[in-house]
Design a protein around this ligand. Structure first.
Ligand code: DQA
Length: 153
């Protein structure tokens, strides 16, 4: 990827993340999903890339969104599969099928929480994982992904 080429990044948010802002703010922070997407959009502009963002509560819709990246000319994925992180073979299989560099992000530090959150079914198929920095996890994830894609030229 030449340093000047326009990168296209997909941001995929999983279930209940549409309720950010009102949902357990002590854990997830007070930023709404709209605010997070807005901040990501601003950073994407600075980094010279285009973002497409979606949120779905259903596992199948998330699989569809992952599959679509391969026909939409996407170069990399930022994904927070939320609760499906811990359970979804289908989401893992979809990520492997499209084969794009992917960063897994979480607002909370899942290892400081219940043990059922300590398992990620996608941890070994993603480029890297960023968690625990609330909305900044996404911003750090975008920087890491773009750095990787630009460095991979
Ligand atoms: C989460 C962590 C998950 O365990 C949880 O089910 C979520 C959000 C996070 O961003 O911290 O919904 O992915």
């Amino acid at each position: 990827m030449p340093p000047t080429a326009k990168l296209k990044i997909a941001v995929i948010h999983g279930p209940n993340l549409n309720m950010l802002g009102q949902r357990e703010p002590g854990i997830y922070g007070s930023a709404s999903l709209g605010h997070i997407d807005q901040r990501l959009g601003m950073l994407a502009g600075e980094l010279g890339c285009d973002l497409v963002s979606c949120q779905h509560n259903g596992e199948g819709e998330l699989v569809d969104a992952i599959q679509r990246t391969s026909i939409d000319g996407i170069h990399g994925i930022i994904i927070n599969p939320a609760a499906y992180t811990h359970t979804s073979v289908a989401i893992r299989d979809a990520l492997v099928a499209v084969g794009l560099p992917t960063v897994e992000v979480h607002l909370s530090n899942v290892y400081a929480r219940e043990s059922f959150r300590h398992t990620s079914l996608i941890a070994d198929v993603v480029l890297g994982r960023i968690m625990g920095f609330q909305k900044d996890s996404y911003l750090l994830g975008l920087r890491a992904l773009v750095g990787h894609l630009r460095g991979a030229s």
